[in-house]
Design a binder for this molecule. Sequence first.
Ligand SMILES: Nc1ncnc2c1ncn2[C@@H]1O[C@H](COP(=O)(O)OP(=O)(O)OP(=O)(O)O)[C@@H](O)[C@H]1O
Length: 592
Amino acid sequence: MERAGSGGEPATTVGGSGVIRLDAELGIVSLGEAAGRLIGISPEALLGRRIDEIVDLANLGRLMHSGISFSNQVIVAGTRRLACDYVPIVEDDRIVGGVLTLLGALPEETSAPPDDLTELLRSAGAFMDLDYHGIIILDRSGTVVMVNQSFAEVLDTTPQTMIGKHVHQAYHNSQPSRMPHVMESGKPEISTHYMNGKEVYASRFPLVRGGKVIGCVGKILFKDVREITLLANRLQSGPEGKTPARAVAGKGSLFTYDINSIVGQSTRIAELKETILRVAPKNSNILLRGESGTGKELFAHALHAASTRRYAPFVKVNCAAIPEHLLESELFGYAEGAFTGARKGGQVGKFELAHTGTIFLDEIGDMPLAMQAKLLRILQERELVPLGSTTPKVIDVRVVAATNSNLEQLVREGRFREDLYYRLNVVALTIPSLRERMEDVFAIAKSFVAQFNVDFGLQIQGLDGAAWEIIRHYHWPGNIRELRNVIESAFNVTSGPLIRREDLPLQLTRLSPPSQSPPECPSGQDLDGYLRSCLGRKNIGEIMDDLERLLIEKALELCGGNKLQAAQLLGISRPGLYKKLQKQAPADGIPS
Ligand SMILES: Nc1ncnc2c1ncn2[C@@H]1O[C@H](COP(=O)(O)OP(=O)(O)OP(=O)(O)O)[C@@H](O)[C@H]1O
């Protein structure tokens, strides 16, 4: 079996090899016949598709994205288990792709589910997919042996992707499954569970035969716990008490954003989202750091929505916007007659408003020192005394603070209390600037276009090539907030269907002069001259091929070589783009 070397250009089109060459997004650039044979799909049908759409890479996909090599690992193509090696291709310190070598098929696994379970599955199968509720069945080892469409949809995946995986690998963006625990304890459970950005209400039952636990059934009873509230309200049986029901219906207590509101697929954002889901259920204070407009407030909302406090209030305080002399009464409230001009009946402070929920202290670096001391006391003692009152109030809040200042520097300069710094900095999350994750700019801009289409009642399809070029090359000092403003401003002037360069604000376009000429022609002449010189010398098919190549080159250039984005810009599928690239470069192989 041929093996890819770690240096130089790997062999990519050798007829009999099991070598698959991938681009940076795991798209198949070329492959040998044996690779197709091992996977069980013809090489032509595989070209241009993403390898992770065809085979189950499990955790290896992440290693490949990060440019980490591995050897003798197992991937699954349909029912086949294939051993493979992977070597990344790095150019100028950039991962531009990699070589996956399929070493051969492994013998089939013989871990058939126990007989009792097989029998049960046979009878369960018929109704599983008819059931509105999501159902999943595990065998005793925790492997998913059956799952219906409805369940898989909650995880934005398919039953095929989940079956055969251990339940902890089959879930993503979710709390770890409780089902292995239920099999251990043998006791059924019913509770809420956080799955893929939503809180579901689920039951789990151990399957017992002959006194032995042989598996577990999980059932999603409500795909969003808020449905329970709605149902309860509809039946007018919702208690008027302190249940989540009241909180959901109550003004200001529903969360508007959750983890899914954070657009972006870059590695750093994906890692941050994972961290948020991990830390949200705990009660530790969180410090969000990042430049202005990077999304700190959005992340704070997502944290709250993913926490157990999600139906209690989320209260924001901008520490820089409130005058120093008012900050104390704003935060901690005051009693009637506390000072001249105090409201009758006093005022409830933000901390009390946030009781049982989350308080978001934005621009914490601007909090005056005197207030820092008071805040520290509240965080330590978990109670406060409103101004002019003598009665302490117990406060249960989670503090999420945010700053774009250098807090360490402020501590050194004596402008921020060190003890408070350590109290708040229990978990620190740094949100990257937009410049540091330009791979997200396309998706974020698209999400704003979709949002403003609704707000403006328009049907703008996106941005044209020249506008994209400006967006991609701008340095975005105001980060995502600035991008949002730019798209909104364009919506005010565009005549559609695409936002053009001229629709963008001056601060962007003046930094990059307009390109004077139409797309360069292969001959270097202008389009009209080029067409004139072609007529009579080339046939229409050849001229069309030239123009097609030109457009593809331009699209790839505008998208920094990203083929998925280039295909979208050209309005074709990614496999379609690969086919065109292959057609144009039969002798040289496919440009990567
Ligand atoms: N990843 C993202 N996906 C979509 N929209 C985003 C994302 N990040 C931020 N936004 C949007 O960008 C705007 C600015 O975000 P946000 O107010 O959360 O930034 P911030 O870091 O808190 O800013 P500041 O430090 O100035 O308070 C908001 O409209 C927010 O919804």
